[in-house]
Write a protein that binds this ligand. Structure first.
Ligand code: PLP
Length: 432
């Protein structure tokens, strides 16, 4: 009998956190690492929200509260949905969660049976594939194509929907690609779901980057399209746009009160509730006029960095990088860069079993980290199925301009360093 349950073998992870262990190891050896790995704004949370949280604690608001979330925050989220998506939401359809990650698992747990099909983006946030495989559902990756700015056509989605499709996961603006679904894309997606989806099909629309859109674009959601509110779970939160990653505050808007009660029951079974002082600060984030100024300042910084970093990456031989439309990630194609380093040949010559556990961009990720002190994430970190033959790195630009420029310079210096890569593979410090 094994100690761990069989299902644990299917539980995935998020490499943005996993690579932190390698970074800590290298830093303990005195190495300086430029961190492009973690998706968290490098700004402190907004002073007016910090003050509200502290005020609440000092006022003694520190006990258990409604597992669904405090009514004040749920009302503020409903109002936010009305203002930004044009939909009327019953606050009883809102559930407050500890970040925008929990509702991913809650959605797969609540709607999907073993053997049901789940369509999700690839490249995409790795937690989607983790939950799908953990619960024995059938993963159906929806390929996001670079040529289409990492969007997809409604026809491509339509081809994947069968009578067994229980859930379709969307993420716009998208991690890791920075792609954004246009109004036309959303109309097409809604049409395909209305025409081909079974009445029980649900859509999970992950909108955690809703505040981070460049060039004056406004956020759009599938929930605003005809017939979609009654089958779409919208999830978002405070981590990215409001720079509050460690506060652990997120939310989901469910199609019905019955479904919201299921999510709240999961809260009862796990965290009981999100801390009330965190929720009060989260309410303030939607209600205070100060928040828009804070969000705009961060957005301007992200856009300035994007506009500096993407052209600099494109000057490196073998790298092609599209201009992301949103998020704080850039997702360069590094196929030529891998080829120039000899990585594609080394990968092709690996024994089959080893090849199955890695990829050229994973080898590049390790080489850049261990030899050149740059922490990035390879394509395989963003949903494995559908990643074969694709060569990308994700770089988070939530980092100072100096760090970004130093990192890109280090990547330029590493270009074509075949001897360095050969020696790295021989020494394999990442395996020690
Ligand atoms: N969804 C996507 C697409 C993300 O990129 C992230 C964070 O990286 C999350 C959800 C999780 O957000 P949170 O930190 O609020 O749990």
């Amino acid at each position: 009998m094994a100690v761990l349950a069989d299902r644990i073998a299917n539980l995935g992870t998020e490499n943005a956190f996993e690579v932190g262990k390698d970074i800590a190891r290298l830093e303990a050896q005195g190495r300086r690492i430029i961190k492009f790995n973690l998706g968290q704004p490098d700004f402190p949370s907004a002073p007016h929200l910090n003050a509200e949280c502290i005020r609440q604690i000092e006022a003694g608001n520190i006990g258990y509260v409604d597992p669904a979330g405090i009514l004040g925050l749920r009302k503020a989220i409903a109002e936010h949905m009305r203002k930004t998506r044009g939909v009327e939401v019953d606050p009883d359809c809102v559930v407050v969660t500890a970040g925008a990650k929990p509702p991913i698992g809650l959605t797969v747990l609540s709607y999907v049976n073993r053997g049901d099909e789940v369509v999700y983006p690839s490249p995409g946030f790795p937690i989607y594939e983790s939950w799908i495989q953990f619960l024995g559902a059938v993963p159906v990756p929806l390929r996001l194509r670079e040529e289409r700015d990492f969007a997809f056509t409604p026809e491509e989605l339509g081809d994947l929907i069968t009578p067994k499709t229980k859930l379709v996961i969307l993420n716009s603006p998208s991690n890791p690609t920075g792609g954004v679904l246009s109004k036309k894309d959303l109309e097409g997606i809604a049409r395909v779901i209305r025409e081909k989806g079974s009445p029980e099909l649900r859509v999970y629309s992950d909108e955690i980057y809703e505040q981070i859109l460049f060039d004056g674009e406004e956020h759009r959601s599938l929930v605003s399209e005809e017939g979609m509110q009654e089958r779409t779970v919208v999830a978002s939160g405070h981590s990215k746009g409001f720079g509050m990653t460690g506060w652990r505050l997120g939310w989901a808007v469910l199609p019905t009160v019955v479904e919201a009660k299921v999510f709240a029951r999961f809260n009862v079974n796990t965290i009981s509730c999100v801390p009330p002082f965190i929720q009060e600060a989260g309410r303030e984030a939607y209600e205070s006029p100060e928040t828009a100024k804070y969000v705009a300042r961060n957005l301007a910084a992200f856009q300035e960095r994007r506009d500096r970093i993407v052209p600099a990456l494109n000057e490196i031989p073998g790298i092609k990088c599209r201009l992301p439309k949103g998020t704080f990630y850039v997702f360069p194609n590094v196929e030529g860069y891998c080829r120039d380093l000899g990585i594609l040949d080394v990968y092709a010559a690996l024994p089959g079993a080893e090849r199955a556990t890695t990829s050229p961009s994973t080898l590049l990720q390790n080489f850049l980290l261990y030899v050149h002190g740059i922490a990035t994430l390879g394509r395989r970190s963003f949903c494995r199925l559908g990643s074969e033959g694709e060569h990308y790195l994700r770089l988070s630009i939530a980092n100072s301009m100096e760090e970004l420029e130093a990192g890109v310079k280090a990547m330029a210096d590493a270009a074509g360093d075949r001897e360095g890569f050969r020696a790295f593979m021989e020494e394999a410090p990442h395996r020690k």
